[in-house]
Design a protein around this ligand. Sequence first.
Ligand code: ATP
Ligand code: MG
Length: 315
Amino acid sequence: MTARLLCIGEILVEMVADEVDQSNLAPGGWRGPYPSGAPAILADQAALCGAEVSLVGSVGADDFGAACLARLRASGVGLDRVRVDETGTTGVAFVSYRSSGERSFVFHLPETASGRFRLTEPEAALGGVDCVHLMGSSAFSPAAVEALLEVDAAAAALGVRTSFDPNLRPEMLNRPEYVAALRRILGRAWLVLASEGELPALLGDGTDARCAARLLAGGAELVVVKRGAAGASLFRRGADEVRVPGLAVDEVDPTGAGDCFGGTFLALHLGGMDAAEALRYANVAGAMAVTRRGPMSGNRTFAELQAVERSLTPA
Ligand code: ATP
Ligand code: MG
């Protein structure tokens, strides 16, 4: 069974600072452009894992946009709903890592062509789709929030399931109208894929486990909490938490791991695999993602994930 997934949101390139603790206030070395954007990374990985993916987005008519589209096309992502906007440029994110483990981002996004994603013809786009994936990182402007809410409402009207990764940027929490929109999307999601601490931040209190229980009681079917190097947890109604420990890998670049994890989970579970088994492969995919520099560079096909998984299992 082939999973049919629709993703919406930002497609941009990322520049990665050469040095840890590199200042944004002085000249330094940057590597890139790497194709990026959380929904694009997820779409790329889901396609590599065999899903039929349609991505809704927008890029500028420039080399950065072309580089993103070439990468996504090569992975098998459907790009019919990506607009090449002649009137703007492709978004750019500059990311540098801090020795504290934090990341510093400078985004050129809301005002760019990448910020102008919108789903046109929702009935045609959502017909036959198993799930629509939405991400909080895409809520970076009033127009973008409106585009997300429109898709969410269209999915609700047509009875299409949604999955949601809050992927919160700290600055969003200071915008009550954005938080309200993300809560609305969260409240009707079938699947929630959150990082540790995001659900308490969004719902205002509790632990991840308590928030997961609340969401399950409210109608969600699956809640996954991603815990970085510590692995991940799956919560299902009426079942015990399933935990997978993180694999021991050398972390080179953590950006995109969550999206790679999510793309794997969605492709495999929507394709018919049990959620606990899909979680295991998603955990492998997330671990592989951090071993390469560049947000999509660590994405792997399902066959490659199976090979890694086999190498981990004692014969
Ligand atoms: P991002 O939003 O930056 O893409 P995230 O916060 O959504 O990341 P993480 O929890 O950082 O997601 O990573 C997703 C998954 O990838 C983890 O649940 C885990 O399975 C795997 N993973 C991430 N970092 C590591 C690591 N250092 N070692 C092993 N596995 C990792
Ligand atoms: Mg994330």
